[in-house]
Design a protein around this ligand. Structure first.
Ligand code: PLP
Length: 370
């Protein structure tokens, strides 16, 4: 292993342009290394409260926010187990690998699960949502905000209200956009909005967060076999004391509280969302300039991850490896899109000048490979 990839003193020196886990700033690493009291202590509760109140501001919601010791998939499973009764039907609106995963979670938990989707690269449009909802009755619908495999951002501002009108609860997986793209939970009526923190939050992996509506909590109280570790009702009981039911990774929660303070009070929400939009725009312009093409439908491109078509028939593993030698990591396509696409993550604390530098080097590599 080289010094860049694994430096005993300094850790990895790679600059990550990945769709998670992402680069974590030094100030967060320092925060996480501080000593803590126990998870039943007052100082812990204060920290926990700072984090959950920060999440409410980030998500424009008065709904309760919960912190899970898991990655995002844990909360995706929690949504299924807590919100779907045995005699109900759940609708999974899938536009890629993570939508398919949510459907698989429904199936493997024995729930009556229906998947409706569109061709990869396309989005769930309001028309498509209406058409699907007219076909049957669903108690809960599951949808991605940002689909990280295809680089599509679903028009959730239009689609969520349509689903709500059908009477279903709506769970939104905002894993690769929360803290990078604005989502107004209360305005849209989202019942559960979830994410893990190793993406736009720019924190190390290990935690996932979500907002949960009163309607979702009420529903959960009527659902049997919710399990123990991810039970919304137990989480709510402990959250009232600004705690979690089991031992959480306390240093990570210190990091989350500190990063939310930075996002809300130092960078500012609007500036953060604008920066991500700028990063997305810059990447798309670069793609056009070097005669590549974006994979997603132009109308629904993501501002946090760019999925780029391999229209020049490049050797993607070689390209990724050549860029690694220069100290940067980007990633191949996901699942069925391996070698047909590659992905550049531009989320978290990445600044425009960092992206410009990396893209210049990548353009030279692509020139060499063509
Ligand atoms: C949209 C989306 N949903 C869910 C997940 C799963 O997240 P985790 O690995 O935190 O469980 C990912 C991970 O990349 C994702 O991008």
């Amino acid at each position: 292993m080289t010094d860049v990839h694994f430096n005993k003193e300094k850790g990895s020196q790679l600059r990550l342009f990945t769709p998670g886990p992402v680069y974590v700033p030094e100030r967060i690493l320092k925060e996480i290394s501080k000593p803590n009291d126990t998870h039943r202590s007052k100082p812990y509760s204060e920290m926990h409260q700072m984090a959950t109140e920060g999440l409410q501001k980030l998500l424009y919601t008065r709904n309760e926010c919960l912190i899970f010791t898991s990655s995002a998939t844990g909360i995706m499973e929690a949504c299924v187990r807590n919100l779907v009764k045995d005699d109900e039907k759940a609708l999974f609106l899938s536009i890629g690998a993570f939508g398919d995963r949510w459907y698989d979670i429904g199936v493997t938990n024995g729930k009556n699960s229906v998947k409706e989707g569109v061709e990869w690269g396309k989005a769930i449009t309001p028309e498509f949502a209406r058409e699907v909802l007219n076909k049957d009755e669903y108690s809960v619908a599951f949808i991605q905000a940002n689909e990280t495999s295809t680089g599509v951002y679903n028009p959730i501002n239009e689609v969520v209200p349509i689903i709500k009108d059908s009477g279903a609860l709506v769970c939104v997986d905002a894993t690769s956009s929360m803290a990078g793209v604005k989502v107004e939970v209360d305005k849209l009526g989202i019942d559960v909005c979830l994410a893990s923190v190793q993406k736009c939050f720019a924190l190390p992996p290990g935690l996932a967060v979500c907002s949960v509506s009163n309607a979702a909590f009420e529903k959960a109280s009527e659902v049997k076999n919710r399990g123990l570790y991810f039970d919304f009702i137990e989480m709510k009981k402990r959250n009232a004391k600004h705690q979690t039911p089991t031992t959480p990774p306390i240093p990570q929660i210190r990091g989350l509280a500190s990063q939310l303070d930075y996002i809300l009070n130092k960078e500012g929400l609007e500036k953060r969302f604008e920066r991500h939009e700028q990063l997305g725009n810059h990447t798309r312009k670069w793609v056009e300039n070097i005669n590549l093409e974006m994979f997603p439908d132009k109308k629904y491109v993501s501002n946090t991850v760019s999925t780029i078509k391999n229209s020049l028939d490049l050797d993607i593993p070689k390209m990724v490896s050549m860029l690694l030698d220069k100290g940067y990591r980007i990633v191949n396509g996901y699942g069925d899109l391996v070698n047909k696409t590659f992905r550049i993550g531009h989320m978290g604390e990445i600044q425009l000048k960092d992206l410009e530098e990396m893209l210049k080097i990548l353009a030279n590599i692509i020139d060499e490979l063509k």
